[in-house]
Write a protein that binds this ligand. Structure first.
Ligand SMILES: [Zn+2]
Length: 325
């Protein structure tokens, strides 16, 4: 036999030598939830080991993450007050704006990415401005984009390195890029949730971010899980409008999308391993179905192998420890 692929699998050292995909702490971004209502951290029931933090604690948590080798955190805010204009989302001293300042003060080298959306700040929990007519409701695109732009600019003013619009309104990347440039924030980057699918796997996140929609669902703005070509069109539009990093969400059920996006566009690509995916693995590991660490490492390797340059995951800190060279 001329070809015996097993020759290179004979020992650990040989396997290490020919391994194509290697994880490092630099691959991972840790999401952080910061609540204006808390004075001390509160566990999120549906996501074991994940917390909402108080503003006073967030710089410490960010510093710990950086010390472990992580390069970036992604901030989500939970405001004290919600209304129908998401006023707290773009308040100069809003929870995210304050958290950015606190983290940058303590740990200036850590890349701070901010989620830009309105759902946590809207009394109705939708990602944009809504108008009801009778039984129906509409999420208004251009009115929502105006508020998203104000939010992104306020995050940049607070010192965010990257803003990450996750709302899926049309035209928001271009509008945000233009507004950032006009205000002198030409070095603030945009990580765009370019292909974000309406997914059942966001369930636990809504507890974490306290943002479940009070009526209707998000299918008029998030993508239909059946559509891959449309995902490529969405990504192309966001790149054209100025996205620096594009993101696919969720992760494992959309591995084909991630692969196609990475193959088609030469743009840094991120993937968000979401709360429901996290909760499934936790539950299965607790039942003894498999070892949590081995499962997580296999999943993360598959995401990187499929083309992810950046992986957003609730295991980021553990992964930093597990993957130290
Ligand atoms: Zn949202």
């Amino acid at each position: 036999m001329v070809h015996r692929p097993r020759r290179l699998r004979r020992s650990g050292s040989l396997r290490n030598l020919v391994r194509e995909t290697k994880l490092t702490a630099h691959d991972f971004v840790l999401p952080l939830f910061i609540s204006e209502r808390l004075t001390t951290r509160k566990p999120i029931e549906s996501m074991p080991g994940v917390f909402q933090f108080a503003l006073a604690e967030v710089a410490d948590e960010a510093q710990r993450s950086f010390d472990l080798g992580l390069q970036a955190v992604l901030l989500f805010g939970i405001p004290k007050e919600k209304d129908e204009q998401a006023t707290s989302a773009y308040a100069e001293n809003g929870i995210v704006q304050a958290a950015v300042r606190a983290i940058k003060d303590r740990c200036p080298e850590l890349v701070v990415i901010t989620d830009v959306c309105l759902c946590e700040y809207m009394s109705h929990g939708h990602c944009g401005v809504t108008r009801r007519d009778g039984e129906h409701f509409h999420v208004l695109n251009d009115e929502s984009v105006e508020l998203l732009v104000r939010t992104a600019v306020s995050h940049a003013a607070a010192g965010a390195d990257l803003v990450a619009p996750s709302d899926m309104m049309d035209g928001r990347i271009g509008a945000i890029r233009e507004a950032l440039d006009a205000r002198g924030f030409e070095n603030t980057g945009i990580m765009s949730y370019a292909a974000k699918f309406a997914s059942v796997f966001y369930g636990p996140f809504r507890e974490a971010a306290e943002s479940p929609p009070q009526f209707g669902d998000r299918r008029s703005y998030q993508m239909d899980s059946a559509n891959a070509q449309e995902a490529l069109r969405e990504v192309a539009l966001d790149i054209e409008e100025g996205a620096d990093i594009i993101l696919v969400k969720p992760a494992l059920p959309y591995l084909d999308i991630l692969w196609r996006v990475r193959e088609r566009f030469s743009q840094p690509t991120a993937v968000y391993h979401v709360s429901g995916e996290f909760a499934m693995v936790k539950a299965a590991a607790e039942k003894g179905c498999f070892d949590e660490r081995a499962a997580v490492l296999e999943i993360m390797t598959s995401l990187k192998r499929a083309g992810a340059d950046i992986i957003i995951t609730y295991w980021a800190k553990e992964l930093a420890e597990w993957t130290l060279p």
